[in-house]
Ligand binder design. Structure first.
Ligand code: C5P
Length: 248
């Protein structure tokens, strides 16, 4: 199980979330250069700075997870994914509730950009149920399924539409690994090394637990970006991932 991801260098499985301004992002990139491989840019940074920030960080040698969570009509999402891939994104997100056609068009847009602009085709991840939504919040949108069933159902819909995998909480990772099989990307935020500040996260797991639960990649922000020594914090997580058991 998970041979494909287990064969990766552990540093390849950690995505550092840059939830900060441009100056700090570039400073962190400089500090982590030569160690970290992936950086995550979210809507706040991207809407402020646009494709130029992707370009700057790509030029510094990083792969970019551009977390823009597409959700619109298929035609618009096709264009969005094409533009994001052209900008240099290596991993993108889309909401599975947008439906099969929307996800197919997002994937098609990203593939088109790869053909037209010679970039790599980005990994296309689906968002199932936002972890900020609990059962009550879901019911208020007239979804009557238990949260876990809705997550499963949307994850399968995304896989059938051609998505590479999902973003999920470490608690959902095991169930999703069983459902989606060994090749699916399961990218989990909500990760906290033992002893680090929890902040506003609630259902957390350590890096080793998340990997053992079936995560392919971990998204980790503040435990690295707000550490006194971000590089040392990153490398200690690499060690933990390298030592995690995945023999479940
Ligand atoms: O600083 P921290 O490690 O909590 O950052 C986690 C990152 O993952 C943030 O960029 C946050 O927006 C993102 N994220 C999350 N929980 C989700 C989805 C994304 O924390 N369910």
């Amino acid at each position: 199980m998970l041979e494909h991801f287990d064969r990766l260098d552990p540093a390849e499985r950690i995505i550092v979330a840059l939830d900060c301004d441009r100056a700090r992002a570039l400073d962190l990139a400089d500090t982590l250069s030569g160690h970290a491989r992936w950086l995550k840019i979210g809507m706040t940074l991207f809407y402020a700075l646009g494709p130029s920030i992707v370009n700057e960080l790509k030029s510094a040698g990083f792969k970019i997870f551009l977390d823009l969570k597409f959700h619109d009509i298929p035609h618009q999402v096709h264009g969005a994914a094409r533009s994001a891939a052209q900008a240099g994104a290596d991993m993108l997100t889309m909401h599975a509730v947008g439906g099969t056609k929307m996800m197919e068009e997002a994937i098609r847009g990203a593939e088109e950009a790869a053909g037209d602009f010679g970039c790599e085709t980005p990994v296309m991840l689906a968002i199932t149920v936002l972890t900020s939504m609990d059962q009550k919040a879901l019911e208020a949108t007239n979804v009557v399924l238990p949260v876990a069933d809705q997550v499963r159902s949307l994850a399968k819909l995304a896989q059938n539409a051609g998505a590479s995998g999902v973003v999920a909480s470490p608690q959902e990772a095991k169930m999703l690994r069983e459902l989606l099989g060994p090749d699916a990307y399961i990218v989990t935020p909500g990760v906290r090394p033992a002893g680090s500040a929890v902040g506003d996260q609630s259902r957390i797991a350590t890096p080793a637990q998340a990997i053992s639960n079936g995560a392919s990649h971990l998204v980790i922000g503040r435990p690295i970006t707000q550490a006194d020594d971000p590089c040392r914090a990153f490398l200690s997580i690499v060690d933990e991932v390298a030592g995690a058991s995945t023999d479940w």
